[in-house]
Structure formats: structure tokens, C-alpha cells
Write a protein that binds this ligand. Structure first.
Ligand SMILES: CC(C)(COP(=O)(O)OP(=O)(O)OC[C@H]1O[C@@H](n2cnc3c(N)ncnc32)[C@H](O)[C@@H]1OP(=O)(O)O)[C@@H](O)C(=O)NCCC(=O)NCCS
Length: 224
């Protein structure tokens, strides 16, 4: 599944910061083009201050401010984002309250801690950075973060039609625990509820470790 990239880039993962919000909005638009409504800059701004919410981003190393991906910042998606920004009722978005991150973000993921459960609220990789192992790396980091935060399980909802994401989750031991009928308001699609077994159980830890080892072997660009 993973492709080799002509120009090998290296990546690192860190916590999301306010300066990442414009790119987080871009990634969200790119990854979930048909979803409605999309999160606003204000909602990300609040999320980053919500003690129960935890967001991470995967960044390209050594990338200049313009994204450095050979694309100008005047692509159609960027123009759409700019127009949204211009006419937005979102005060945070319009006010340009924060300095934008200089790093190019390839993807992001977030969880909400709900008692002993970490609930994945988003995981997304830019279209141009798919199939490089970055979605998997985000998931590994989210599971590890959930463990550090003392979660017993990781859960999520996924569209029944989203076989790509389901394959990723199944690989990491998520099993279908139920269905939420007509969960998605944009098209009335059902959601599968998927959950891990107990994170600290020895079988899960063994599986996770071998998947991490395999990922490390296949994705050297993720590890210094
Ligand atoms: C789901 C998503 C995050 C995967 O990210 P990615 O970086 O492209 O995936 P990776 O390269 O890390 O692949 C990891 C695993 O995902 C699954 N996968 C990835 N692309 C796939 C595809 N086209 N078809 C089937 N499975 C696929 C496989 O299990 C793969 O493991 P493998 O290489 O051992 O087969 C990405 O496709 C995405 O952002 N999709 C849009 C947003 C989305 O649907 N998010 C999930 C919401 S619940």
C-alpha cells in the first residue's frame, strides 16, 4: 500500500498549536470534502483550550513557509479557504489572532477523553500525503497518548462507506461494537462504532508493539 516518494521527506509529530489552525482547516476541508458543517477556526481554538481534548499534527521537516510542496499557496482550496475566512462570522478566523506555523502540516488527529475512553474525533492526512504511512503513525501516536492519559479503550465512529479508515482501524485491533443510524447529517449515512480491547492487556500491547516495529521498518522517514 505504501508508496516510495521521489523526494524523501522526514516527518515529526507534535501537539497542535494555535498557529496550526489555518492548516488544520485546510486538512479538514481536503479530507472531508462532503462533510457539513466543517469545524471553524474558533472551534479549533476552543478545542485547544479544552482540557479533555488533545490534538496532534504530523509536520514535514525543513519545509519553508509556503508549504514547500511545489504548490503555490494560490491553489483552489486555498482560495476557497481565503474566501471563507473573508466572509466568516468567525471572529478568531478574521482577526488573525495568532502567528501561523511555519511548518507544513501533512495531517492531524484528535481525541476527547471521556472517563476511561479516548474517543478519536478526527484523523486526517492531506490527499497529497496519503499512503505514506502517516495516517498509521498518527494512529499509533494517538493510541500511545491515550495510554499516557490512562484511557482503557480507544473508540471512534466511522462512516460505513469509509473502508480505507476501517482497514486502518482494524489493523490496530478496533472491532465494530455497534452502529449509529443516520449519524452523519450531510447524507444520513450510518456510523460504525469501533473500539479497541483493553489497551493495557498483554495481547493488545504485544500486537501494538509488533505493528509499531513493522511501521518503523517501513517508514524510515518518520523516525530520525
Ligand atoms: C484514513 C487515512 C487517515 C489513512 O491515512 P494514510 O496516511 O493514507 O494511510 P497509511 O499510509 O498510514 O496506511 C495505513 C493503513 O491504512 C489502510 N489504508 C490506507 N489506504 C488504504 C486504501 N486506499 N485502501 C484500503 N486501506 C487503506 C491500510 O490498512 C494501511 O495499512 P497497510 O499499508 O498495511 O495496508 C486517510 O486516508 C485519510 O485522511 N482519509 C480521509 C479522512 C478520513 O476518512 N479519516 C477517518 C475518519 S473516521
Amino acid at each position: 500500500m505504501m508508496k516510495t516518494v521521489e523526494q524523501v521527506k522526514h516527518y515529526h509529530i507534535r501537539r497542535m498549536a494555535d498557529g496550526d489552525i489555518p492548516q488544520a482547516l485546510e486538512i479538514d476541508l481536503d479530507a472531508f470534502p462532503n462533510q457539513w458543517p466543517h469545524p471553524s477556526a474558533s472551534s479549533f481554538h476552543h478545542e485547544l483550550r479544552n482540557k479533555l481534548a488533545h490534538y496532534i499534527v504530523v509536520c514535514e521537516d525543513g519545509i519553508p513557509e509556503n508549504g514547500g510542496n511545489g504548490q503555490s499557496v494560490t491553489g483552489l482550496k486555498e482560495i476557497a479557504l481565503y474566501i471563507r475566512q473573508l466572509f466568516s462570522h468567525d471572529r478568531f478566523f478574521r482577526a488573525g489572532k495568532t502567528v501561523q506555523s511555519r511548518e507544513y502540516l501533512a495531517g492531524m488527529a484528535g481525541i476527547w477523553m471521556m472517563v476511561d475512553e479516548a474517543h478519536i474525533v478526527t484523523i486526517a492526512v492531506r490527499t497529497t500525503r496519503k499512503n505514506l504511512g502517516l495516517g498509521e503513525w498518527l494512529l499509533i501516536n494517538i493510541i500511545e497518548l491515550a495510554q499516557q492519559l490512562r484511557a482503557k479503550y480507544v473508540t471512534l465512529e466511522v462512516r460505513v462507506s469509509n473502508k480505507t479508515a476501517q482497514a486502518l482501524y482494524e489493523k490496530y485491533g478496533f472491532a465494530t461494537a455497534g452502529t449509529r443510524r443516520k449519524y452523519y447529517s450531510d447524507n444520513g449515512e450510518d456510523a460504525l462504532i469501533m473500539t479497541t480491547c483493553e489497551l493495557d492487556s498483554p495481547p493488545y500491547q504485544a500486537t501494538l508493539q509488533s505493528l509499531k516495529d513493522e511501521h518503523r521498518n517501513r517508514c524510515s522517514r518518520c523516525y530520525p
